[in-house]
Design a protein around this ligand. Structure first.
Ligand code: SF4
Length: 363
C-alpha cells in the first residue's frame, strides 16, 4: 500500500484561499486536515514539551493578554532569573515525566548580556540531559541568536500573536516587523522556530486567516506552531473579551495543519479550560504537540494525570525524542510508522488522496 503524494509545502497562500478553508463544512475540513496530517506524522503520536518560567513578571512590554506585563496589575510578583541548578532539576523531572523538549521562558523585552550569559549555561546543561531545548526571551539581534545557537539551543519561541492588521490593538511597545526580524535572526543562526499566535482576543475571523498566512509565508515554515486559546486573566485589558467558540478554535488548528503540513501544531495555552472532547477534536484536526506539566508560564495547565488519562482514552502516545537521529533515520522511522499504521488499521487505499489538488482548487 502506498500513500498519496504528500501535500505541497506552500508559502504563497492567498487570504481568500485560507478563508475558503475556514468556511468548509466542519467534517470536510477535519477530514482534509487529518489526511494531510497522516502524510507526515504518526497520527497517534503527540510531541510533549514542558515549559518553565525562568524569570517571571514586570515585563516592560504591554501585550494586552499577558499577566506578566508590568503595565497591568494582575497581582503577579516580580521574580529574579532562576538559578541554573533549579532549572536543571526541573528539566530532569520533566524528562522523567516523559517530556522530550524543555522550554524556558523569561519575561524580557530582550535579554541583557549578563542575563544571556547565565541563560547560555542553562541551555548547555539542560541539553546535556538529552532534552531538546527551547527558549523565549523576547527580541533577539543577530549576535544574541548566534550565541544561543552556539550554546546548543534547538528552538526559539517568538509568537506573531495575531494578524498584522489587528496587532496594534494588542501590543504597542514592539512592532510586527520587529517580531519578524527576530524570527529571521533565529533562522539565520540555524535554530528552529516555534511561532504561533493566540485566538480569542476579540479578533475577526479574517485576522485568524491573516495570522496563519503570515506564519505560512515564513520559509521554511516554523517547525513548531503553537495555537493558543486566550486565557483571560483578571487585571489584563482582555479579561472580559467574549469567549471564542471551541469549534472556531478547532477550525484554526485544522487550517494551520493544512497550510503547514510538516510543522508540529501545538495545542497550547488554554487547554486547562477545554473539555476532553474539544482537545480530542483538536488532535483530529492535526494538533500533535502539547505542553505537559502543571503550569504554563503563569497560567494553569491541566495536570499531568489528566493528560495521561486523556492520552490513554484516545490511544495517543508521546512522540519519541528524535534529536539523536539523523534526518535519513528520522524519515525511515516515520515511513515505517505510517506503513504500520495503514496496515494495522487496514485503511482502504481510497481514503488517501492528494490533498494538494483539493486545496489548489479553492479559489
Ligand atoms: S507576552 Fe512576553 S513580551 Fe508580552 S508582556 Fe508578556 S512576557 Fe512580556
Amino acid at each position: 500500500m502506498t500513500l498519496a503524494s504528500p501535500a505541497a509545502i506552500r508559502h504563497d497562500w492567498h487570504l481568500d484561499e485560507i478563508e475558503a478553508l475556514f468556511a468548509l463544512p466542519f467534517n470536510d475540513l477535519l477530514f482534509q486536515a487529518q489526511q494531510v496530517h497522516r502524510q507526515h506524522f504518526d497520527a497517534n503520536a503527540v510531541q510533549v514539551s514542558t515549559l518553565l518560567s525562568i524569570k517571571t513578571g514586570a515585563c516592560p512590554e504591554d501585550c494586552k493578554y499577558c499577566p506578566q506585563s508590568g503595565h497591568y496589575n494582575t497581582g503577579l510578583g516580580k521574580e529574579k532569573l532562576l538559578e541554573i541548578e533549579k532549572v536543571v532539576a526541573q528539566a530532569r523531572d520533566a524528562k522523567a515525566a516523559g517530556a522530550s523538549r524543555f522550554c524556558m521562558g523569561a519575561a524580557w523585552r530582550s535579554p541583557r548580556q549578563k542575563d544571556l550569559d547565565v541563560v547560555l549555561e542553562m541551555v548547555r546543561q539542560v541539553k546535556s540531559l538529552g532534552l531538546e531545548t527551547c527558549m523565549t526571551l523576547g527580541m533577539l539581534d543577530d549576535e544574541q541568536a548566534q550565541q544561543l545557537s552556539t550554546a546548543g539551543l534547538d528552538y526559539y519561541n517568538h509568537n506573531l500573536d495575531t494578524s498584522p492588521e489587528y496587532y496594534g490593538e494588542i501590543i504597542t511597545t514592539r512592532s510586527y516587523d520587529e517580531r519578524l526580524e527576530t524570527l529571521a535572526n533565529v533562522r539565520g543562526a540555524g535554530m528552529k522556530i516555534c511561532s504561533g499566535g493566540i485566538l480569542g482576543m476579540g479578533e475577526a475571523p479574517r485576522d485568524r486567516a491573516s495570522m496563519l498566512k503570515q506564519l505560512a509565508s515564513l520559509s521554511p515554515h516554523p517547525e513548531s506552531v503553537p495555537i493558543n486559546m486566550l486565557v483571560k486573566v483578571k487585571g489584563t485589558p482582555l479579561e472580559d473579551v467574549d469567549d471564542l467558540d471551541p469549534i472556531d478554535f478547532v477550525r484554526a488548528i485544522a487550517v494551520a495543519r493544512i497550510m503547514m503540513p510538516k510543522s508540529h501544531v501545538r495545542l497550547s495555552a488554554g487547554r486547562e479550560l477545554m473539555s476532553d472532547s474539544t482537545q480530542a477534536l483538536a488532535f483530529i484536526a492535526g494538533a500533535n504537540s502539547i505542553f505537559y506539566g502543571d503550569k504554563l508560564l503563569t497560567t494553569e495547565n491541566p495536570d499531568v494525570l489528566r493528560d495521561r488519562t486523556l492520552f490513554d482514552k484516545l490511544g495517543l502516545h508521546p512522540e519519541e525524542n528524535r534529536m539523536c537521529q539523523d534526518e535519513a533515520a528520522q524519515e525511515e522511522a516515520l515511513d515505517a510508522s505510517l506503513r504500520r499504521q495503514a496496515i494495522e488499521r487496514k485503511v482502504p487505499q481510497e481514503l488517501f488522496y492528494d490533498a494538494t489538488a483539493e486545496t489548489d482548487d479553492i479559489a
